[in-house]
Design a protein around this ligand. Structure first.
Ligand code: GLA
Length: 412
């Protein structure tokens, strides 16, 4: 072996960076691989807004396990806005509200972890959260260290009170701060699609909201006079962002918002809402009060056939294939050459469907999948009825009630 002399060693050390004790290494990029299928869980906002506390979280975690939700795949419990005091402490630290969380946040995180579940918190890129609690602007690294010290697993990061900052920079800063803090935390961007996060957020986050807030109705716009903004029925959101599907996929999901299943719509509408969130490969974050959950709501949220569509490993957001007489047909390519297909009656009247497979070949222009029913016959499984339903040799004929769906799996 050739002898390496001292000057060579010194030169090597200098160039390799060993000697650069003052070099700042800025971690860049999200924690990869934390959300290879759409995240599933529960978030406090839709039902409770800022009326949250330790008891609610513990009871929700208990029910998540005891009801079978956890076994069905739901594992994140996320506390949305309202978990802090209105001011930071003298050192600039966020303070979990001691009245709402008398045993502290760390103990609550430990409780949720002890149930085999994961825990998430919320903050905002601006100076204040949307509900007026301390925002993270200027405290990104400090807050990220705090979250890591609490052992949380998920951060939803909102976009209120952000005058003067730009979204790609603000989200990148927080993403880097989380990475630097070192604990793998799913980073959920919530800037409502205002700055097209699907175009720039993939290296920073695992999911991003693509719309304003959801509202528990089928197809309405709910206008908030105060503040002059709108929340949206679930079909409005589905429609609004059906064309950005190519940006969604494993570890970088278009987030159609927390679900309103069990929050006041009819069971039929809830079933349709859930079907659509599965077809769209949206994160499945329940937003209802588990302590008052009806058996029907639980059955919808835990339908394993539908969840399998949502969690399919290809991770492709479905698209609208056709509309006829108010009945929409949505399709989603699945692994192993299968497809999910949903017939959705968007009208106020019952409809009859007579669908000729052979006249309706499927072409997925964004991802290149195709199904030609003249060439291939598919077996059909009705996913809500959990029954075989013939093949694509014959037309599909069915009645669909107003706002209802038929969701099928086509197996080649
Ligand atoms: C925004 C978000 C909601 C919720 C509230 C909390 O409106 O879009 O999902 O987090 O803020 O204030």
């Amino acid at each position: 072996m050739k002898k390496i002399t001292l000057p060579f060693i010194l030169l090597f050390v200098a160039f390799s960076g060993f000697s650069q004790g003052n070099k700042v290494t800025q971690a860049a990029g999200k924690f990869d691989g934390l959300a290879m299928t759409p995240p599933m869980g529960w978030n406090s906002w839709n039902t409770f807004e800022t009326n949250i506390d330790e008891k609610l979280v513990k009871e929700t975690a208990d029910i998540m396990v005891a009801s079978g939700m956890a076994a069905a795949g739901y594992n994140y419990i996320v506390l949305d806005d309202g978990w802090m005091t209105k001011e930071r402490d003298a050192n600039g630290n966020l303070v979990p509200d001691p009245i709402k969380f008398p045993n502290g946040m760390k103990a609550l995180v430990e409780y949720v972890h002890s149930k085999g579940l994961k825990f998430g918190l919320y903050n905002c890129a601006g100076t204040q959260t949307c509900a007026g609690y301390p925002g993270t602007r200027g405290f990104e690294y400090q807050d990220a260290r705090f979250y890591a010290s609490l052992d949380i697993d998920y951060l939803k990061y909102d976009w209120c009170n952000t005058a003067g900052i730009t979204a790609p920079e603000a989200y990148k800063t927080m993403s880097n701060a989380l990475k630097t803090a070192g604990r793998p935390i799913v980073f959920s961007l919530c800037e409502w699609g205002d700055n097209q996060p699907w175009e720039w957020a993939k290296p920073m986050g695992n999911l991003w909201r693509i719309s304003g807030d959801i509202y528990p109705c089928f197809d309405c716009e709910f206008h908030h006079e105060e503040g002059n903004w709108s929340s949206w029925g679930f079909m409005k959101i589905a429609e609004m962002r059906k064309d950005i599907r190519k940006y969604s996929g494993p570890d970088h999901w278009n987030d159609f918002d927390m679900m309103e299943v069990g929050d006041g719509m009819t069971n039929t509408e809830d079933k349709t809402h859930f079907s659509m969130w599965c077809m769209l490969a949206s994160p499945l974050i329940a937003g209802n009060d588990f302590r008052k959950m009806s058996p029907e709501t639980l059955a919808i949220l835990t339908n394993e056939n539908l969840i399998a569509v949502n969690q399919d490993k290809l991770g492709i957001q479905g698209f609208k294939l056709t509309v006829e007489d108010g009945v929409e047909v949505w399709v989603k390519p699945l692994s192993d050459g299968a497809w999910a297909i949903t017939f959705l009656n968007r009208t106020e009247l019952p409809k009859k469907v007579n669908f000729d497979w052979k006249k309706n070949p499927i072409k997925d222009a964004d991802f290149g999948f195709e199904a030609d029913f003249n060439k291939t016959i598919f077996k059909i499984k009705d996913l809500w009825k959990n029954k075989d339903a013939g093949t694509t040799k014959k037309n599909l004929t069915a009645d669909i009630a107003s706002h209802d769906v038929i969701t099928l799996k086509l197996i080649p």
